[in-house]
Ligand binder design. Structure first.
Ligand code: MG
Ligand code: MG
Length: 264
Protein backbone atom coordinates (compact mmCIF):
# COMPACT_ATOMS: atom_id res chain seq x y z
CA UNK A 1 0.00 0.00 0.00
CA UNK A 2 1.50 3.32 -1.09
CA UNK A 3 0.31 6.32 0.94
CA UNK A 4 0.09 9.54 -1.02
CA UNK A 5 0.76 12.57 1.18
CA UNK A 6 -1.13 15.84 1.22
CA UNK A 7 0.84 19.09 0.95
CA UNK A 8 0.17 19.57 4.66
CA UNK A 9 1.77 16.23 5.47
CA UNK A 10 4.70 17.03 3.20
CA UNK A 11 5.19 20.30 5.13
CA UNK A 12 5.37 18.27 8.36
CA UNK A 13 7.99 15.99 6.81
CA UNK A 14 9.94 19.11 5.78
CA UNK A 15 9.90 20.33 9.39
CA UNK A 16 11.21 16.99 10.52
CA UNK A 17 13.85 17.20 7.78
CA UNK A 18 15.04 20.60 9.04
CA UNK A 19 15.88 19.10 12.43
CA UNK A 20 17.48 16.15 10.62
CA UNK A 21 19.64 18.38 8.41
CA UNK A 22 20.83 20.38 11.41
CA UNK A 23 21.53 17.20 13.40
CA UNK A 24 23.71 15.99 10.52
CA UNK A 25 25.57 19.31 10.58
CA UNK A 26 26.22 19.02 14.32
CA UNK A 27 27.68 15.57 13.71
CA UNK A 28 29.77 16.83 10.76
CA UNK A 29 31.51 19.27 13.13
CA UNK A 30 32.89 16.26 15.03
CA UNK A 31 33.97 14.08 12.12
CA UNK A 32 37.76 13.90 12.46
CA UNK A 33 40.48 11.39 13.32
CA UNK A 34 40.29 10.23 16.94
CA UNK A 35 36.55 10.69 17.51
CA UNK A 36 34.63 7.53 18.31
CA UNK A 37 31.50 6.66 16.38
CA UNK A 38 29.69 6.44 19.73
CA UNK A 39 30.54 10.11 20.39
CA UNK A 40 29.00 11.04 17.03
CA UNK A 41 25.85 9.14 17.92
CA UNK A 42 25.57 11.03 21.20
CA UNK A 43 25.87 14.39 19.42
CA UNK A 44 23.03 13.46 17.08
CA UNK A 45 20.71 12.06 19.73
CA UNK A 46 21.12 15.10 22.00
CA UNK A 47 20.52 17.52 19.16
CA UNK A 48 17.43 15.70 17.94
CA UNK A 49 15.87 15.45 21.41
CA UNK A 50 16.77 19.10 22.25
CA UNK A 51 14.77 20.05 19.15
CA UNK A 52 11.66 18.09 20.11
CA UNK A 53 12.40 15.24 17.70
CA UNK A 54 12.72 11.52 18.23
CA UNK A 55 15.62 9.59 16.67
CA UNK A 56 13.80 7.32 14.19
CA UNK A 57 16.39 4.57 14.27
CA UNK A 58 16.77 4.13 18.03
CA UNK A 59 14.79 1.04 18.99
CA UNK A 60 13.72 0.36 15.39
CA UNK A 61 13.75 -3.44 15.29
CA UNK A 62 15.87 -3.03 18.45
CA UNK A 63 18.61 -1.01 16.70
CA UNK A 64 20.58 0.41 19.67
CA UNK A 65 21.50 3.91 18.41
CA UNK A 66 20.32 7.11 16.75
CA UNK A 67 22.77 6.91 13.86
CA UNK A 68 23.89 4.14 11.58
CA UNK A 69 27.61 4.80 11.22
CA UNK A 70 29.31 2.79 8.51
CA UNK A 71 33.07 3.04 8.04
CA UNK A 72 35.01 2.04 4.88
CA UNK A 73 33.85 -1.43 3.76
CA UNK A 74 30.71 -1.17 5.90
CA UNK A 75 27.87 -0.36 3.52
CA UNK A 76 25.08 0.50 5.98
CA UNK A 77 23.66 -0.25 9.44
CA UNK A 78 26.96 0.06 11.28
CA UNK A 79 26.41 0.27 15.05
CA UNK A 80 28.13 3.18 16.84
CA UNK A 81 30.96 1.88 19.00
CA UNK A 82 34.31 2.70 20.56
CA UNK A 83 35.95 2.67 17.12
CA UNK A 84 38.02 5.82 16.62
CA UNK A 85 37.92 7.34 13.15
CA UNK A 86 41.31 7.38 11.43
CA UNK A 87 42.93 9.52 8.80
CA UNK A 88 42.03 7.96 5.42
CA UNK A 89 38.69 6.44 6.51
CA UNK A 90 35.36 7.23 4.93
CA UNK A 91 32.37 7.35 7.23
CA UNK A 92 28.73 7.18 6.22
CA UNK A 93 26.30 8.77 8.66
CA UNK A 94 22.68 7.77 8.23
CA UNK A 95 20.06 9.45 10.41
CA UNK A 96 16.30 9.61 10.75
CA UNK A 97 14.12 12.03 12.71
CA UNK A 98 10.49 11.75 13.74
CA UNK A 99 8.80 15.06 14.41
CA UNK A 100 5.07 15.83 14.45
CA UNK A 101 4.43 12.17 13.75
CA UNK A 102 6.43 12.13 10.49
CA UNK A 103 9.82 10.70 9.69
CA UNK A 104 12.60 12.03 7.49
CA UNK A 105 15.67 10.04 6.49
CA UNK A 106 19.00 11.08 4.97
CA UNK A 107 22.60 9.96 4.75
CA UNK A 108 25.97 11.50 3.86
CA UNK A 109 29.44 9.98 3.49
CA UNK A 110 32.46 11.98 4.64
CA UNK A 111 36.15 11.63 3.97
CA UNK A 112 38.14 11.59 7.23
CA UNK A 113 41.38 13.50 6.80
CA UNK A 114 43.24 12.64 3.62
CA UNK A 115 41.68 9.88 1.51
CA UNK A 116 42.84 8.43 -1.80
CA UNK A 117 41.73 10.12 -5.03
CA UNK A 118 40.06 6.87 -6.07
CA UNK A 119 37.84 6.75 -2.98
CA UNK A 120 37.11 10.49 -3.17
CA UNK A 121 35.78 9.89 -6.67
CA UNK A 122 33.54 7.13 -5.31
CA UNK A 123 32.00 9.61 -2.86
CA UNK A 124 31.53 12.33 -5.47
CA UNK A 125 29.94 9.97 -7.97
CA UNK A 126 27.67 8.29 -5.43
CA UNK A 127 26.38 11.73 -4.47
CA UNK A 128 25.97 12.57 -8.15
CA UNK A 129 24.07 9.30 -8.65
CA UNK A 130 21.64 10.30 -5.90
CA UNK A 131 20.77 13.49 -7.80
CA UNK A 132 20.41 11.60 -11.08
CA UNK A 133 17.90 9.31 -9.34
CA UNK A 134 16.06 12.31 -7.87
CA UNK A 135 15.67 13.77 -11.38
CA UNK A 136 13.42 10.80 -12.17
CA UNK A 137 11.26 11.13 -9.03
CA UNK A 138 8.64 12.88 -11.11
CA UNK A 139 4.96 12.08 -11.62
CA UNK A 140 4.60 9.78 -14.62
CA UNK A 141 8.00 8.08 -14.36
CA UNK A 142 8.35 4.69 -12.69
CA UNK A 143 10.45 3.29 -9.87
CA UNK A 144 12.58 1.49 -12.48
CA UNK A 145 13.50 4.84 -14.06
CA UNK A 146 15.02 6.00 -10.75
CA UNK A 147 17.03 2.79 -10.39
CA UNK A 148 18.11 2.81 -14.01
CA UNK A 149 19.42 6.37 -13.77
CA UNK A 150 21.54 5.46 -10.73
CA UNK A 151 22.72 2.08 -11.95
CA UNK A 152 23.67 3.08 -15.47
CA UNK A 153 25.71 6.05 -14.23
CA UNK A 154 27.66 4.22 -11.53
CA UNK A 155 28.28 1.07 -13.58
CA UNK A 156 29.72 3.27 -16.33
CA UNK A 157 32.31 4.36 -13.75
CA UNK A 158 33.15 0.74 -12.94
CA UNK A 159 31.34 0.71 -9.58
CA UNK A 160 28.62 -1.67 -8.47
CA UNK A 161 25.16 -1.29 -6.95
CA UNK A 162 24.19 -3.14 -3.78
CA UNK A 163 21.08 -5.22 -4.47
CA UNK A 164 20.05 -6.38 -0.99
CA UNK A 165 19.22 -2.92 0.37
CA UNK A 166 16.94 -0.38 -1.22
CA UNK A 167 15.27 2.99 -0.73
CA UNK A 168 11.69 3.17 0.49
CA UNK A 169 8.57 5.22 1.08
CA UNK A 170 8.71 7.57 4.10
CA UNK A 171 5.90 9.02 6.19
CA UNK A 172 4.24 8.08 9.45
CA UNK A 173 6.46 5.01 9.21
CA UNK A 174 10.20 5.12 8.60
CA UNK A 175 9.90 2.43 5.95
CA UNK A 176 6.81 2.35 3.76
CA UNK A 177 5.98 1.07 0.30
CA UNK A 178 7.21 1.23 -2.37
CA UNK A 179 10.72 -0.17 -2.34
CA UNK A 180 13.11 2.02 -4.33
CA UNK A 181 15.99 -0.10 -5.68
CA UNK A 182 19.14 1.60 -6.94
CA UNK A 183 19.02 -0.60 -10.02
CA UNK A 184 16.26 -1.19 -12.51
CA UNK A 185 14.85 -0.98 -15.98
CA UNK A 186 13.49 2.08 -17.71
CA UNK A 187 9.70 2.21 -17.73
CA UNK A 188 9.28 -0.67 -15.24
CA UNK A 189 7.93 -0.84 -11.72
CA UNK A 190 5.42 1.17 -9.72
CA UNK A 191 4.25 4.38 -11.38
CA UNK A 192 5.32 7.50 -9.50
CA UNK A 193 2.53 9.83 -8.44
CA UNK A 194 2.40 13.36 -7.09
CA UNK A 195 2.43 13.11 -3.28
CA UNK A 196 4.52 9.97 -2.98
CA UNK A 197 7.38 10.55 -0.54
CA UNK A 198 10.38 8.29 -1.03
CA UNK A 199 13.90 7.95 0.29
CA UNK A 200 16.38 7.51 -2.55
CA UNK A 201 19.63 6.13 -1.23
CA UNK A 202 22.30 4.75 -3.54
CA UNK A 203 24.73 2.38 -1.79
CA UNK A 204 27.63 2.10 -4.21
CA UNK A 205 30.62 -0.21 -3.94
CA UNK A 206 34.08 0.48 -5.33
CA UNK A 207 34.48 -3.25 -6.02
CA UNK A 208 32.02 -6.11 -6.30
CA UNK A 209 28.31 -5.72 -5.51
CA UNK A 210 28.15 -8.63 -3.06
CA UNK A 211 27.62 -7.86 0.61
CA UNK A 212 27.55 -9.90 3.80
CA UNK A 213 25.99 -9.31 7.20
CA UNK A 214 28.20 -9.36 10.28
CA UNK A 215 27.31 -11.55 13.26
CA UNK A 216 25.92 -8.55 15.18
CA UNK A 217 22.80 -8.95 13.04
CA UNK A 218 23.05 -5.39 11.66
CA UNK A 219 26.32 -4.41 10.03
CA UNK A 220 26.35 -4.91 6.26
CA UNK A 221 29.80 -4.87 4.61
CA UNK A 222 31.18 -5.53 1.16
CA UNK A 223 32.27 -9.12 0.72
CA UNK A 224 35.55 -8.01 -0.94
CA UNK A 225 36.14 -5.45 1.87
CA UNK A 226 36.51 -2.60 -0.61
CA UNK A 227 34.89 0.71 0.39
CA UNK A 228 31.25 1.60 -0.13
CA UNK A 229 29.53 5.01 -0.16
CA UNK A 230 25.97 6.04 0.73
CA UNK A 231 24.04 9.25 0.15
CA UNK A 232 20.32 9.63 0.79
CA UNK A 233 17.58 12.23 0.51
CA UNK A 234 13.87 12.01 1.29
CA UNK A 235 12.00 13.50 -1.68
CA UNK A 236 8.42 14.21 -2.69
CA UNK A 237 7.33 13.14 -6.14
CA UNK A 238 5.93 16.17 -7.94
CA UNK A 239 4.78 17.03 -11.43
CA UNK A 240 7.68 18.30 -13.53
CA UNK A 241 10.37 18.23 -10.82
CA UNK A 242 10.97 16.31 -7.59
CA UNK A 243 10.98 18.26 -4.35
CA UNK A 244 13.90 17.38 -2.08
CA UNK A 245 12.57 17.48 1.49
CA UNK A 246 15.77 16.72 3.39
CA UNK A 247 18.74 19.03 3.05
CA UNK A 248 22.54 18.90 2.92
CA UNK A 249 22.67 22.70 3.20
CA UNK A 250 23.58 22.73 6.91
CA UNK A 251 26.13 19.95 6.45
CA UNK A 252 27.74 21.85 3.62
CA UNK A 253 27.97 25.06 5.66
CA UNK A 254 30.17 23.03 8.02
CA UNK A 255 32.20 21.18 5.39
CA UNK A 256 32.81 24.08 2.96
CA UNK A 257 36.53 24.63 2.37
CA UNK A 258 37.49 21.76 4.70
CA UNK A 259 38.78 18.25 3.99
CA UNK A 260 35.24 16.98 4.70
CA UNK A 261 33.89 18.51 1.50
CA UNK A 262 32.37 16.20 -1.14
CA UNK A 263 31.88 18.16 -4.34
CA UNK A 264 29.36 16.81 -6.79
MG1 MG B 1 18.66 6.43 5.96
MG1 MG C 1 16.43 5.13 4.21
Amino acid sequence: MVYLKTDQEIDLIKESAQVLGKAHAEVAKWVKPGVTTRQLDKVAEEFIRDNAGIPSFKGYNKFPASLCISVNETVVHGIPSGYELRDGDIVSIDCGVKLNGYHSDSAYTYPVGEISAEVMQLLVRTKQALYLGIEKAVDGFRIGDVGFAIQSYVEEQGYSVVRELVGHGVGKNLHESPEVPNYGKKGKGTKLKEGMVIAIEPMINLGHKAVVQERDGWTIRTSDRKPSAHFEHTVAVRRGKAEILTTFEYIEQVTANTSLMVNA
